[in-house]
Design a protein around this ligand. Sequence first.
Ligand SMILES: [Zn+2]
Length: 397
Amino acid sequence: MKLKKTLHLAVWIPVLLVSISAISVDRIKMHTESLSAPAREGRRAGSEGAAFAAQYIASQLGEMGFETQMQEFGGNRKNVIAKSGTAERYILLGAHYDGQGRGFPSASDNAAGVAVVLEVARELKAKNLPVSLVVAGFDDEEQGLNGARYYTDHPIYPLQNAAAAIIFDTMGRSFIDLQTFALFVLGTEYSKELAEIVQKRTRPEMVVIGTDLVGPRSDFAPFAVKRVPYLFFSNATHKDYHGEGDTPDKIDYRRLADQTSVIVQIVEDIARSTAPPAFLAQPVYPSAEKATLTRYMTQVEREYKDLPPAYRLMFADLKSRLQTDNSRDALRVATSALLAIATPRFSRFMLSLILAPYFEGLGQPAIAAASYEEAAKWAQEGPTRRELEEKARSLRQ
Ligand SMILES: [Zn+2]
C-alpha cells in the first residue's frame, strides 16, 4: 500500500509540475516591462511608443511562427493581426496595447494583458489544435475601443469562422488590492458551450458574472455586437488603475502566470470542443453571481478596517437585498460599489451617479446621504463638492 502510494506520487508530481510551470513567469514579466518602460511613454495611440509596442508584438509573434500583418486605420494607429494554422475555423486572442500616454506606464492596463496573450498564443501553438489561432493586438482602446471596433468592421479573417474571441484587459494586479487574486470572467451568459467549459475549469477566485454588471468597457464589446461568442478575462481594477502608479513592479507575475495556465486550458477546451459555441439571443446569467459578489463584499468589509460608512451601509443593505431581489439592478449596484472602492479616482462618479441615486430611489435616504458625503470627499473644491454636500444635507433632513 505504502509503495503503491509512493509510486503514485512519483508518477504524478512531475506531471503536475510540468503543467504548472508551462507558462513562463519570466517571459510575461519581460513583455510587460518592455511595453511599459519609460521610453514607451505610455503607448498613447498614434505615438512612437505605441508604434514600438506594435513592432514588439509583431516580432514576438513572428518569432513564434505566426504570419503577421499591420492593419492601419489612420492617425498612425494600427492593429497587429497574426495567424497560425490552416483551418478556416479559428479562435481569436486579443488585447489592446495602447495606454494612457506620457507619465502613465499602463503596465496592468494593458501591457500585462498583451503579455498574457503572447504566452497563451505560444502555448496553444505548440498543441496542434484542430483550429487556427488569430492573435490581435488592438490599438486605441482607451479612447473608445477604436482598434477593435475597426477590426470587427473590417475583419481580416471572416468573423463567422471565429469559434470565439478571447479578450484580455487589465491583468496582474489584485482587484481592490485584496488578498485574493480575483479573475473576472465575462461573456459566459451568451454561450452555453463557453459557460460549460468555464464551469469545468472553475477556480475559487473566479468572478464569473454577466457583462451587463460591468458594462461594455473593453475590446470584447465590438465582438459581442457582431454576435461572436466571447470570453473576457481581467484581474480588474485597483488603486492605480489609469493612474501614474500603474507600474510594472507592482504586477504579481507569479499569480498571473498561474492563472494564465488555466486560461490556456480553457481555450484549448474550446478549440477541441465538438460543440462549437453559439451566440445566444437571450443571455443566461451565471448562477453564482449573487454568492460571488456577496463573498467579495464580505471580504472587503473584513480586509478594510477603515472602510467608509457609506460602503458599510451599502454592503449591509445589498447583502440582505440580494437574498430576495432578483433584479439585475441590485447586482449591478453591488458590482459598482466594489469598483468604486477599487479606484478612489473614480469613486466620486460611481457614488454620485450610480450608487446614491439607486438608494435614493429605494427610499433609503441615510445610505444615499452617506454616499453623497463619500463622493464629496473625492471631489475638487468648488461647486461640485458643495453640490454633493448639499444633496447629502437635504437627504438627512
Ligand atoms: Zn484597458
